[in-house]
Write a protein that binds this ligand. Structure first.
Ligand code: HEC
Length: 92
């Protein structure tokens, strides 16, 4: 009788985590921004911006016009998130 050895190959996916560090700061609205804005942008386009709440509001309107997928009830939390983390005077 032939015995075949069973080898545990254990292919563990090491090394995939390093690149997944999120650049989005924690906070309410993060998930919305990450999903809706990453569709077209590298996050740095947003995280390097320094805009007031009013400017973010206008910017988000412009992005909605371009096709950003943000639900009606997600717009306010999104603008608040952006204005909180990427406001004119916020430190990096
Ligand atoms: C459908 C593609 C698309 C999506 C989704 C999108 N954008 Fe944009 N965005 C663009 C394009 C195209 C431009 C360049 C033209 C312009 O400035 O209007 C732009 C420009 C910008 C700029 C100005 C960049 C600069 O260099 O001045 C900011 C800031 C920005 N987007 C933020 C956002 C945010 C925040 C979101 C998520 C709500 C978002 N975008 C989602 C297409 C998109």
């Amino acid at each position: 009788m032939r015995r075949s050895a069973v080898w545990l190959t254990g292919v563990l996916a090491f090394g995939t985590q390093a690149g997944e560090r999120s650049v989005w700061p924690e906070g309410e609205g993060r998930e919305i921004a990450e999903r809706a804005c990453s569709q077209c942008h590298d996050p740095v386009v947003i995280t390097a911006s320094r805009l007031s709440a009013g400017q973010w509001s206008a910017r988000v309107d412009a992005m909605l016009a371009k096709g950003a997928k943000v639900g009606d009830d997600e717009i306010d939390p999104l603008i608040e998130y952006l204005a909180t983390h990427f406001g004119p005077a916020s430190p990096r």
